[in-house]
Design a protein around this ligand. Structure first.
Ligand SMILES: Cc1ncc(C[n+]2csc(CCOP(=O)(O)OP(=O)(O)O)c2C)c(N)n1
Ligand code: SF4
Ligand SMILES: [Mg+2]
Length: 248
């Protein structure tokens, strides 16, 4: 019965405005489920990234949702958490927002081991603005700004954010990468989200979970093809797993 109430709580909101098959929705749905399961929904504050991750404001029928300046969500989350230590504070950002544009903020919060959760939904493009190349775009991948395919000799190579963060500050609480392309991976990702949230509850410090997401619209693939693309192309470049385990 309790689960039914929780489910209605999750779906009792205006319809999301994302494209059919958008991976952000699934990742965010899992975040909301774990928030509910840990009884955090009422005290959750969500620092929202700019981009398609921001269009899910319609879905965020909980707490206070400040829409941050592009790339600045980790800095905003830091301020909120420091001034409201009893709140549960997390970001939900795209790869352009958290890395290409906001790496300084993402890194600085990790460097100080701020007690916040950073959730990055990486779809390898700037989705909202028309599918431009991001740091997570795969070598050879065609985007609107790499129409011949990404040439890493001129653009640099894909950046692996959770690994980088872990190197910068091995003292953070938790760092992991998951994805949403199969039931097995969805269960694994949900476990990662739970670890990140529990770390904040226990005052262990900064946690980061990247989800390799899908963007059927800008990838010009069907939702099913997107899931196969993640398995065959994305995971080999962006390995799944935990890069910093709690308590290590
Ligand atoms: C300072 C600033 N620069 C550029 C933009 C335009 N802009 C809006 S969303 C976006 C890209 C977002 O990409 P990402 O974070 O990967 O999110 P996605 O849309 O892919 O989910 C850009 C460049 C902006 N709003 N503000
Ligand atoms: S453009 Fe891509 S990331 Fe944006 S809502 Fe559509 S599928 Fe999702
Ligand atoms: Mg993106």
């Amino acid at each position: 019965m309790e689960d039914i109430v929780r489910l209605s709580h999750l779906i009792d909101a205006p319809a999301p405005t994302a494209c059919p098959g958008c991976g952000h929705l699934l990742f965010f749905r899992l975040i909301r489920e774990v928030l509910d399961e840990l009884d955090l929904t009422e005290k959750a504050i969500h620092a929202n990234g700019i981009g398609c991750t921001g269009v899910h404001r319609a879905w965020q029928n909980h707490g206070y949702v400040p829409l941050t300046a592009h790339g600045r969500a980790a800095a905003v989350a830091t301020g909120i958490k420091r001034t409201n230590p009893d709140a549960f504070v997390y970001t939900f950002q795209g790869d352009g927002d958290a890395a290409v544009i906001g790496l300084a903020e993402t890194l600085n919060a990790a460097y100080r081991n701020e007690n916040i959760c950073v959730f990055i939904s990486t779809n390898a493009v700037f989705g909202l603005t028309g599918g431009q190349m991001s740091w997570a775009t795969l070598p050879g991948q065609k985007t609107t700004t790499s129409p011949l395919g990404r040439d890493c000799s001129t653009t640099g190579a894909p950046l692996h954010v959770p690994e980088l963060i872990t190197q910068v500050n091995p003292g953070i609480a938790y760092a992991a990468r998951g994805t949403i392309n199969s039931p097995k991976h969805i269960i694994q990702l949900k476990r990662m989200i739970r670890n990140a949230m529990e770390a904040q509850i226990n005052n262990e410090g900064y946690s980061i979970v990247e989800c390799m997401s899908v963007c059927p619209n800008n990838w010009h693939l069907t939702p099913l093809q997107c899931r196969e693309h993640v398995e065959n192309k994305v995971i080999p470049e962006f390995p799944l797993g935990e890069f910093k385990k709690r308590g290590e």
